[in-house]
Design a protein. Structure first.
Length: 309
């Protein structure tokens, strides 16, 4: 094997097209382990298949995977000899495609519980969303005819980095890969008219926009100290902070891992601050032609148009 002695002066990866990909993968995880921070995207160019890349200003550096879950599981590294892609030439896709689990948490902000008149839960309220709900930035949230009360919810999404089962709170953040913006779109008329179960109202196609990138956990110093905002057609509807979470990210990861194995690429959407449409007077519902943006400190922005089917 050719010894690796020449490293990129900024990123620290070996230069040269003669290095085996397995070695590159190993070295990539070494620089992640050293605390290097990354903003990771899934993207395509000119209609080609998806790729994973690292966002570097206005450019994307291609990494050695086509799938973010594979990157999380096995690592990846800059493709030898491959040029960066100008951000304006790429289509940014949902960062995670086909997660095994999308787990929702209800009523997890003190001030949101207060605006709905609900008691503070003693344990996390857990519901399922499914992979069919996941879309990326710029893709349309599609409102089907079965609901007339589609609502927005700005949420911090947690991406699991390695298998977690029966994890203590003190170690839970070690199992987190990173964070991204999420919009837990919800059909309120279905949610409150079907016997108290939430899953169908939360799992309509396109009802979980994610993105636009994943910030690795070292990018986010404290997930419990982030501003979180939702803007609808330019008007701020939600403006809160993750410090108001009832159950912290660490507590949620630990709680969910008790008896249920969390795997790389699983997504936990951690609840929403006050200002949802259903709690307003008059109530506000997503409508055809709307544009909704989720912005969490350190995670950029996630914008989606709304279309009626």
């Amino acid at each position: 094997m050719i010894p690796v002695t020449n490293f990129h002066p900024v990123r620290g990866f070996p230069i040269g097209s003669l290095r085996p990909r397995s070695l590159l993968r190993c070295l990539a995880w070494r620089f992640l382990a050293r605390g290097e921070t990354l903003k990771l995207v899934t993207y395509s160019v000119d209609g080609s298949g998806p790729r994973v890349g690292a966002l570097e200003g206005e450019e994307i550096r291609p990494l050695a995977h086509e799938d973010m879950i594979a990157f999380i599981e096995y690592g990846g590294s800059p493709e030898p000899g491959e040029d960066t892609v100008p951000l304006g030439e790429a289509r940014i896709l949902a960062p995670i495609a086909g997660p095994e689990k999308v787990i929702g948490i209800g009523l997890n902000y003190e001030d949101h519980a207060a605006e709905t008149g609900a008691d503070i839960p003693e344990k996390p309220i857990v519901f399922a969303k499914y992979a069919n709900t996941v879309i990326g930035p710029g893709e349309a949230i599609r409102i089907p005819s079965i609901t007339e009360q589609a609502d927005y919810e700005a949420e911090l999404a947690v991406i699991i980095g390695r298998a977690a089962r029966n994890v203590p709170v003190s170690e839970a953040l070690d199992y987190v890969f990173g964070y991204t913006n999420a919009n837990d779109v919800s059909s309120r008329d279905l949610q409150f008219s079907e016997g108290g179960q939430w899953t169908r109202s939360k799992s309509i196609d396109t009802f979980c926009p994610l993105g636009s990138y994943i910030a690795t956990k070292d990018e986010i110093e404290d997930p419990q100290n982030l501003s979180i905002r939702c803007t609808l057609n330019g008007e701020v509807m939600q403006d809160g902070t993750t410090s108001k979470m009832i159950f912290s990210v660490a507590e949620l990861v630990s709680f969910l891992s008790q008896g249920m194995t969390l795997v790389p690429g699983d997504v936990i959407v951690t609840g929403t601050p006050p200002g949802v449409g259903s709690a307003r007077d008059p109530q506000v519902w997503l409508e055809d032609g709307d544009e909704v943006t989720i912005e969490i400190e350190g995670l950029g922005a996630l914008t989606n148009p709304v279309r009626a089917e």
